[in-house]
Design a protein. Structure first.
Length: 385
């Protein structure tokens, strides 16, 4: 499902942490410090997103279709529980790299039912093993930054892998929506188009049947099939059909059949084409593309939920940090009482925002609520030191 040929790009900004220089406490006023904190917190979800329906670019070179680029508050807040589950999905993708697993579909629950993350990641069968490892690593790093205006469902296509998440289960059901797929056609140079179309149909019939095989004796565990078909004495057409491994045979066949109907309307006369969708992938080329060292398509075992921290350790950490905070605000900065209140508030909010576990970090709406309260009303996090 390689979208590498597309050139559309999303908005992008960066901040060079190495170029930043430390400043002494009195060098910036507390109100300006407050403004800086609010700007940093609010900026990621209000940066201009690509226009609706575009293939939007990611830092790792992937593409995603963003149907709604609204920046309204209701569309721009995932919430702490969903964010925590999304980061658990990210960690699970990273865990695929060590055992060289090529497929993951897992459920990450925590908080309300609407905060559940159903995540899927898969290598593409035409990728070299090393390329798939690099692709999954880039996809995992990309995941927290690719928001599509902070929506709770997304399909990310990369050159050698695919990543998808949703807060509603999609496992076992083929997604054939025209709004969530795209084609990458090659130029049309072959002289006998009728012969090419006939060869492609014969090849597709075999590919679809094998990828969607029901018989366990001949079924491909990775839900993919390579094959080729002679077009004429000098030309051979090579093909690949692949479904995500969560699909049963009937759904895999339905998805690939939908792709073939789509091909007839968009790219029937093209020498080669890649048809990319959330649930299946078709590719036809005159040049061979089967990998020399294919990725392992073995699934990764679903990860377990994070372990709890003993209550005693939590209370000791909170008491110790409160002592340090009191000492800092009373003697470290020569500022008046009002500014001391703001500094204390910023430190407490900052401690919440850098918690190791994503589930402990506040959502953007919660941060705004905390900014509106006094420092005395704010509690230190349980893991404060």
């Amino acid at each position: 499902m390689s979208p590498a040929e597309h050139s559309s790009k999303g908005s992008r900004f960066s901040f060079d942490m190495d170029a930043a220089t430390p400043v002494s406490c009195p060098s910036i006023s507390a109100p300006r410090f407050l403004l800086l904190i609010v700007t940093v917190v609010l900026l990621p979800c209000v940066v201009t997103q690509p226009s609706a329906g575009n293939l939007c670019g990611t830092k790792a070179g992937g593409r995603y279709v963003c149907p709604d680029c609204s920046t309204s508050a209701s569309a721009s807040t995932h919430g702490a529980s969903f964010e925590a589950n999304l980061f658990r999905f990210q960690k699970a993708i990273e865990d695929m790299l060590v055992p060289n697993a090529g497929f993951l579909n897992a459920t990450f629950a925590g908080g309300d039912a609407k905060d559940t993350v159903y995540g899927l990641a898969t290598c593409l069968a035409d990728a070299e093993r090393a390329d798939c490892v690099v692709c999954l690593a880039g996809a995992a790093a990309d995941l927290p930054r690719t928001r599509c205006s902070c929506h709770r469902e997304l399909v990310l296509w990369y050159e050698h892998c695919l990543v998808r998440f949703d807060n509603v289960s999609f496992f076992g059901a083929a997604d054939t929506s025209p709004a969530r797929r795209f084609a990458v056609p090659n130029p049309s140079n072959f002289s006998d188009q009728a012969r090419l179309r006939a060869a492609r149909t014969r090849l597709a019939d075999r590919l679809v049947a094998r990828a969607a095989e029901v018989d366990a004796a001949t079924w491909s565990p990775g839900r993919f099939a390579f094959d080729d078909e002679v077009v004429d004495a000098n030309v051979t057409l090579h093909g690949l059909a692949q479904c995500t491994q969560d699909l049963p045979a009937a759904e895999c066949g339905r998805c690939l059949a939908s792709h073939m109907s789509w091909l007839a309307g968009c790219c029937a006369d093209m020498d080669g084409v890649r048809l990319n969708g959330p649930s299946c992938y078709l590719r036809f080329e005159f040049m061979g593309f089967a990998p020399g060292t294919p990725p392992s398509m073995a699934p990764l075992v679903e990860p377990s939920p994070p372990a709890a921290v003993p209550p005693g350790a939590q209370s000791y950490s909170r008491r110790k940090t409160k002592i340090y905070l009191d000492r800092f605000c009373s003697s470290a900065c020569e500022i008046d009482v009002e500014d001391t209140e703001l500094v204390r508030k910023m430190v407490i909010i900052g401690l919440w925002c850098i918690q190791m576990s994503p589930s402990d970090r506040p959502s953007m709406s919660r941060v705004i609520e905390m900014l509106e309260k006094s420092a005395a009303e704010l509690q230190l996090p349980l893991h404060a030191s």
